[in-house]
Design a binder for this molecule. Sequence first.
Ligand code: NDP
Length: 495
Amino acid sequence: MNFSENSMARTSLWVPGEDLLNYINGQMQPALGGAWLENMNPSTGQVMGRFPDSDASDVAMAVEAAAAAFPAWSGMSVEKRSALLYRLADLIEGHAEELAAAESADQGKPISLASKTDIPRAVDNFRFFAASIRTFSSESQPVSGGHLNITLRQPIGVVACISPWNLPLYLLTWKIAPALAAGNTVVAKPSELTPLTAYLLGKLCGEAGVPPGVVNLVHGTGLRAGEPLITDPRIPVISFTGGTVTGARIAGLAAPLFKKMSLELGGKNPNIVFTDADLDQAVETAVRAAFTNQGEICLCGSRILIQQPIYNTFRDLFLAKVKALSVGDPREQVNLGALVSEGHLHKVLGYVQLARDEGGIVLCGGNRVHPEGPCQNGYFMEPTVIEGLPNTCRTNQEEIFGPVVTLQPFENESEALVLANGTPFGLAAQVWTSDLSRAHQVAQQLKFGLVWVNCWMIRDLRTPFGGAKASGIGREGGVESLRFFTEPTNVCIKV
Ligand code: NDP
């Protein structure tokens, strides 16, 4: 072995097949009960390795470590905390290629997407909050009537971070970074479908010199490892991203315990295209918005609403582009990789059957794909476009979370709003028009947490992020995150 091979081997973060471990109190360890779960590679359908099937005893140990680490971490100067987060960001960046490969193997997404989006965003999450905590301050209200009000923004304690499988490291760090920056300690549970990059983040926390107990990562299932985290009385704050049904369950468990909660949940996002839109851009972005990450992004535009006069033109242009998308081995230059699991693939295919049963016409796609070569048993699916369904049917009401999009015509602005607002969800909407007044008027009437006009997925970390209605409670992002992860205490002083 020559020197460079040797140094690569020494700095390698992950050797395929190695056991993934919990990271508790700065130590890598298996589940206390000794149980394991298999980690699948969705693009081959093969087992990649195993990870701890943790239970309440592991969670209790992690919470204890986090509680013990809290006084020193919250008391550390903001400058030092910030410097540690910058160091962690640098380490993630330094291992970006390896992390992207790991994310792609674990989740199924094209490696190009992980390299371009997931990993750089994880780096940004740490850098952004490392910077913003240095300008985040307590507030004071000028003396009035002889009293001075100061509102302190203090760290709260141990935060539970529970994240989903679609953007594993991206969303895990979206929670951990501001929670830590604000002076809290963390116990996080990643999805059982995508434990890999969370495990690697644990390694990097150690390397960055994050003190033991400040970040704890416990792997396992929602029921065995997630629920004990939600109900642990030593945890006052929960940041959860996942499905609406799980969110309701978590809210039900946590509300009687008076925990502070942020719930970022599912979506059924409309993409409204008016006749005066820039058609080429609208079509191109609609394709990206529907099928990026195999449609497994909570912000994907899965219902395209098109004004009647341009319906046929839009549909034909859209279909031509969708049919040109490539599906296959995520290590290659493809547009769509594998869906995250066999169960999820069957759920999504089931929705295509449901759409047919409801009277929908499948214009393209709808089938499982078996690429030639090593990925032939992976969980791939064609990008699918469906038309001819009313807004009220299940296909148009329920979150599918896969590469399936429906097209619906509308006559005028008010009908577009009724259709767009006409689901239980309210996460993200798109509006395509060249009329600024219309864009503004429609945006105001959309009951959504985010509205993109003539664009999609532009995410500025300073802006509030979250959903309305069944898409969640609360907002994170920028100052909203720092407010969420701190407790305001009003101190009123007679002067
Ligand atoms: P789930 O709700 O199934 O799971 C999310 C996380 O919660 C996982 O870590 C899961 O663990 C855990 N969990 C499951 N049950 C419980 C429980 N009873 N108590 C505590 N934790 C639990 O969501 P998915 O992972 O399937 O992710 C997809 C969903 O996430 C979609 O609905 C999507 O829209 C939503 N999402 C929302 C976003 C937003 O910002 N609004 C962003 C991204 C996704 P396990 O995996 O082991 O079951």
